[in-house]
Ligand binder design. Structure first.
Ligand code: SAH
Ligand code: SF4
Length: 362
């Protein structure tokens, strides 16, 4: 077992892949010839059946179960708050062992449902319209903490074992708190387990990673993970995008769109475009957007800006959003104005966490 301090507490197993679990069973004295098999059993128990404790794992030898219970944990993060919207959206605030908290949001649709997962506590990128970017504390989530959000969703939706027909949690969108491609390795481990047929069994076609534009990692994501891609574009001129999405100073619009052209996955790329009144929502902006996206299989999501106290922007009017959408649609690019889901429960990025902090501080 990887060396740990005595006071480090039990070793978390969620987030370990097959090789990682094989290491653990080896450390617990399982003979070499059986390690692979035991690791595979453990993998299925954790990620396909959603076991909550080791006692359930009746096909493991009792001595191994005892060893696991003594030294390891598959406990979930603590559920701090749950909010349900009238439209069925459910939002969960989770607290990890070190007290840090993140949100995940489940968004049901008629024949499927997407879980929006977080990859960081806070975000280092400080986009000027985003609440998450204003949070003081930032750390990466571990692979286990990313995966735990999916396990909690299956728990709360009562959808174990995985692979049952008619399940509601069918898709993952990596669009919660944080910039996923700045926590690439942990994201890749977590999604690898999520996509594994012996794990959560969610196909790569049902997973979308959203990025503000970490260009080299976009290439890596396409090559190694093969998931869908969403790009937070939000502006069509560098001078404006530098201000709205500061990572643009490192990788500008042209280099970002080049990465999109190289993206190897045969699926439309979603371009997220937050509608900010008088800032990025003119007819000229819409026409320039159409020009920029030429040659890229694209879909545009127009996101009504979700205001937060002290935000230096306002959302464009409905008429403006419709006019903008019409220009893009006219060019043959789908441009739905994204229905704000769960408005009544503050489902936008970062808002439940901040609200719950305020309530507790009060
Ligand atoms: N960091 C990644 C993924 C998380 S943000 C990214 O930026 O893509 C998910 C989406 O929500 C992004 O498109 C982001 O720009 C958008 N967003 C952030 N704050 C918002 C707000 N207040 N109103 C509307 N959309 C917002
Ligand atoms: Fe970070 Fe995305 Fe928010 Fe920008 S929009 S601060 S990249 S979470």
């Amino acid at each position: 077992m990887p060396a740990r301090n005595d006071d480090a507490g039990p070793l978390p197993l969620v987030g370990r892949d097959l090789a990682g679990l094989a290491e653990v069973v080896a450390a617990l004295g399982v003979p070499e010839a059986q390690r692979r098999m035991r690791a595979r059993q453990l993998f299925r128990w954790i990620y396909a059946r959603g076991a909550g404790d080791f006692e359930q794992m009746t096909d493991l030898p009792a001595a191994l179960r005892d060893g696991l219970a003594e030294r390891c944990t598959i406990a979930r993060p603590e559920l701090i708050a749950e909010e349900r919207s009238a439209d069925g959206t459910r939002k969960w605030l989770l607290r990890f062992a070190d007290g840090q908290e993140v949100e995940s949001v489940f968004i049901p649709e008629e024949d499927r449902g997407a879980l929006c997962v977080s990859t960081q506590v806070g975000c280092t990128l400080s986009c000027s319209f985003c609440r998450t970017g204003t949070m003081p504390l930032v750390r990466n989530l571990s692979a286990g903490e990313i995966l735990a959000q999916m396990l909690v969703a299956r728990d709360l939706l009562d959808e174990w074992p995985t692979g049952r027909p008619g399940r509601r949690f069918t898709n993952i969108v990596v669009m919660g708190m944080g910039e996923p491609l700045l926590n690439y390795d942990n994201l890749a481990t977590a999604l690898g387990i999520a996509m594994d047929p012996a794990g959560l069994d969610l196909s790569r076609r049902r997973i979308t990673v959203s990025t503000s534009g970490v260009v080299p990692r976009i290439d890596q994501c396409g090559r190694e993970l093969g998931t869908g891609l969403a790009v937070s574009l939000h502006a069509v001129r560098d001078e404006l995008r530098d201000r709205l999405v500061p990572i643009n100073r490192r990788w500008n619009i042209a280099s970002l769109l080049d990465a999109c052209r190289r993206y190897p996955v045969r699926r439309r790329i979603t371009f997220e475009y937050v509608m900010l009144a008088g800032v990025n929502d003119s007819d000229a902006d819409a026409r320039e957007l159409v020009r920029l996206l030429r040659g890229i299989p694209a879909k545009v999501n127009l996101i009504p800006f979700n205001a937060w106290p002290g935000a230096p922007f306002a959302c464009s009017s409905n008429n403006r959003m419709r006019a903008f959408a019409a220009i893009v649609e006219e060019a043959g690019i789908a441009a739905p104005v994204r229905q704000p889901r769960g408005r009544d429960i503050l489902a936008a990025c970062g808002q439940l966490r901040t609200a719950s902090r305020r309530r507790r501080a009060a």
